[in-house]
Design a binder for this molecule. Structure first.
Ligand code: UDX
Length: 403
């Protein structure tokens, strides 16, 4: 927002985080973010403060960007949104606009309005579609900007903040904007579960899923993105948003069997990959794992497919040695997982190698450096990342997904 020319003040409740951001230190792995923040700090258009009250006093727009974690029964937990709204209620300047960026259940714009009790302040829903790892690029080159409000003029004012991006700006009512976010994530998750199911069929009929996906991706009605088979989808959005949408459907008296199927296929995929790795490792065998994050280019481990698979392997009695370029210390919830400092170290004394995240670095490891370390000589590549022929030539048995 600062790079578009706006004056932006970011508030957080975490003093340490604020202090580090003021010094230009970015607490997460996100391509291009450090440079962007440095530019904002030096231009003076971007500041970081502790506490919401210090950010909102002179604001025209107040973006709520707090987390909406999965609640006990799968519904999104709105307590952070409500607390933030409460904190700023009395401080908001007259006629300012509160913008909901967090992914919230349909109807939450109204919830914020009720907490605020400020008839002069409009509440607008403005869902974000950023992917972790490419968030800066996605922000600056959006396919569309969605703004929803029951007050059309307020929605248009928010839309104008993004004018410089030259993207289509879609103005809707609040409930539609909130539904768009869930529908988009559910559709993308559906695409991947569909691909993972087709991959299983490819294995049975001797087809190559990569060619099959190329073949369907050229159809413009399908499109060629989000057709990569893998260990199952994960991350901070798809798992919680699909469950939340199932809950929303339930409350709207609709049995969303299709989306339930998409979620079930994903769990099945974790199971399939874990059994495949387990079979190759042999009873009680040690598994070397390359990649722990939920995808490459991020250090985010939340709902990572790798951890889902590790859970299953541990309960089947396997030992785990893992390497991930962004994970240096041990995993709190998995004390028995040995975190190694290189790809080669993870393979030492292991019975099988499994690739669970598509980090480019893994592609460039020479298989001849690994072949003597893995006792079964078997590699399970759940991302179809490695150069199969190079690994076969080095003496490995290679198993990808759907090929
Ligand atoms: C997602 C949405 O893409 C984004 O629009 C929304 O704002 C937030 O949620 P993100 O969670 O960052 O973004 O990850 P994404 O790149 O969508 O990947 C999600 C999962 O699907 C990852 O586990 C990834 O590895 C997997 N995936 C993705 C595949 O298995 N195959 C693919 O073809 C694409």
């Amino acid at each position: 927002m600062a790079s578009l020319g706006h004056s932006v003040c970011c508030a957080d409740v975490d003093a340490k985080k604020v202090e580090r951001l003021r010094a230009g230190v970015i607490p997460i792995v996100e391509e291009g973010l450090e440079r962007l923040v440095a530019e904002g700090l030096s231009s003076g258009r971007l500041t970081f403060v502790l506490g919401a009250e210090n950010a909102v006093r002179s604001a025209e727009f107040v973006f709520l960007c707090v987390p909406t974690p999965e609640g006990a029964d799968g519904q999104a937990d709105l307590s952070f949104v409500e607390t933030a709204a409460q904190q700023i209620r009395e401080l908001l300047p007259r006629n300012s606009i509160v913008v909901n960026k967090s992914t919230v259940p349909v109807g939450s714009t109204r919830v914020v309005e009720r907490v605020l009790r400020r008839p002069d302040v409009s509440v607008v829903s403005n869902p974000e579609f950023l992917r972790e790892g490419t968030a800066v690029h996605d922000f600056l080159h959006p396919d569309r900007v969605v703004v929803g409000a029951d007050n059309l003029e307020a929605a248009e004012r928010v839309g104008r903040l993004y004018e410089a991006l030259g993207a289509p700006i879609l103005v809707t009512d609040a409930a539609s904007a909130e539904t768009i976010k869930y529908a988009a994530n559910a559709f993308l998750a559906t695409k991947i579960s569909f691909v993972n199911a087709i991959a299983a069929i490819c294995e049975g009929v001797g087809a190559d899923v990569r060619d099959v996906m190329r073949g369907i991706g050229y159809d413009r009605r399908i499109g060629n993105e989000f057709l990569r088979p893998g260990p199952g989808w994960g991350g901070s959005c798809f798992p919680k948003d699909t469950l939340a949408l199932l809950k929303i459907a339930e409350r709207a008296n609709y049995r969303f069997d299709l989306l339930q199927g998409v979620v079930d296929v994903n769990l099945q995929q974790f199971d399939r990959m874990a059994s495949r790795i387990s079979a190759a490792a042999g009873k009680g065998g040690t598994v070397a794992i390359w990649g722990l994050t939920f995808k490459a280019l991020t250090d985010d481990l939340r709902d990572s497919p790798a951890l889902e698979i590790i859970d299953r392997l541990l309960s089947m009695g396997h030992k785990i040695r893992a390497f991930d370029p962004t994970v240096r210390s041990g995993l709190e919830s998995y004390p028995s997982v040995q975190i190694c400092s290189s790809e080669v170290e993870a393979c030492e004394g292991a019975d099988v190698l499994a690739v669970l995240t598509e980090w480019e670095n893994f592609r460039w490891v020479d298989p001849t450096d690994i072949v003597g370390l893995i006792t079964s000589g078997h590699v399970v590549d759940t991302r179809n990342l490695l150069d199969r022929s190079a690994w076969l030539t080095a003496g490995f048995t290679y198993q990808g997904v759907g090929r």
